[in-house]
Design a protein around this ligand. Structure first.
Ligand code: ADP
Ligand code: F6P
Length: 325
């Protein structure tokens, strides 16, 4: 099949927002304009595409955005896009607006939508945008670095009061079903215990025993980082307090982890990935996702990327346990 010549590129953000998405949008817009292409921004993810919320984007429209959290295009989750009818309609709308290449910034779910649009003739490139780091083909996702730093700073503050009151503190971090945010916070905040969905055996008796031992060793607090995939932090706090006699409080950090100005890493990686997405589209590529592995930016077939799996490195988890002595 002859390679399609791309004249107009669309860009959308989908799924949970992540700091750095604006840097990626800005890079897509300015790279494409610099190469003489037209750029259209699609508001509110696939939902906005299906509602034809499509605007022209100029270089000035993305001025003053690189430092801003969230996404200037807004984001959404869209059930209709999961249906064949929705996917065909979305592809037809892309054609109506002359969008022959589309950059989708989001997670695995968003890439499935991009995969379908590619099947229906719209060239698509996915950029990994999620604070969860749960995309198997890449060691980096846009937003994780900012989110982990935001959570780390919040946990430092909880730690101060936990130490002063000599309490056990359970702090729940986001991450959907993945424990990467929890693992990183656990190591960065020097937590006594990290509960990861990938590892947790739900045997609280072991935690209770460890808290008692910890007190004997003279420690003034006991910080537990609990991953969202396990949840139940409030009830867990009650049970632990009853079993140990140590005052226990739970804090769920919630959506504050998703907001805020992106770190330098998120701004730079997202900018490079945004520019690469345009290059790939101009080379006639479709159904690809950009990732970062072993120090290099690379792209994968979306079908292959979605079939990949990654897990928490056991040695990192073991090191975290060892450092909690
Ligand atoms: P993420 O992209 O962060 O994984 P979601 O899983 O919520 O977030 O997916 C975002 C959106 O991608 C969904 O609301 C839906 O519109 C689209 N999507 C998810 N799964 C599919 C699918 N199997 N086919 C087509 N579109 C999908
Ligand atoms: O995927 C990002 C994320 O923040 C997850 O960590 C969390 O499970 C989910 O989104 C929360 O989504 P919502 O915005 O619907 O509360």
């Amino acid at each position: 099949m002859a390679e399609k010549i791309i004249r107009t590129i669309g860009v959308l953000t989908s799924g949970g927002d992540a700091p750095g998405m604006n840097a990626a949008i800005r890079a897509v817009v300015r790279t494409a304009l610099g190469k003489g292409l037209k750029v259209r921004g699609i508001r509110r993810g696939y939902s906005g595409l299906l509602n034809e919320e499509i605007i022209d984007l100029s270089a000035r429209d993305v001025s003053d955005t690189i430092q801003r959290g969230g996404t200037i295009l807004q984001t959404a989750r869209c059930e209709e896009m999961r249906t064949v009818e929705g996917q065909q309609k979305a592809a037809a709308i892309c054609k109506k607006y002359g969008i022959d290449g589309l950059v989708v910034i989001g997670g695995d779910g968003s890439f499935k939508g991009a995969q379908k649009l590619s099947d229906y003739g719209v060239n698509t490139i996915g950029l990994p945008g999620t604070i969860d780091l749960d995309i198997a083909c890449t060691e980096y996702t846009i937003g994780f670095d900012t989110a982990v730093n935001t959570a780390m700073e919040a946990i430092d503050k909880v730690r101060d009061t936990s130490t002063s009151h000599e309490r056990c503190s359970i702090i729940e971090v986001m991450g959907r079903d993945a424990g990467y945010l929890a693992l990183w916070c656990g190591i960065a905040n020097g937590a006594e215990r990290i509960l990861l969905p990938e590892e947790h055996d739900y045997d609280e008796a072991k935690i209770v025993e460890d808290i008692k031992e910890n007190r004997k060793r003279g420690k003034k607090h006991y910080i537990i980082i609990n991953a969202e995939g396990i949840g139940d932090s409030m009830n867990m706090a009650k049970r632990i307090e009853e079993e140990t006699g140590m005052e226990t409080r739970a804090t769920v950090l919630g959506h504050m982890q998703r907001g805020g100005s992106p770190t330098a890493k998120d701004r730079v990686y997202a900018s490079i990935m945004g520019a690469l997405a345009v290059e790939l589209l101009m080379q006639g590529k479709t159904n690809r996702v950009v990732g970062y592995r072993h120090g290099e930016y690379i792209d994968f077939d979306i079908d292959e990327a979605l079939a990949m799996q990654k897990g928490i490195p056991q040695f990192q988890y073991d090191i975290a346990r060892q450092l909690a002595l």
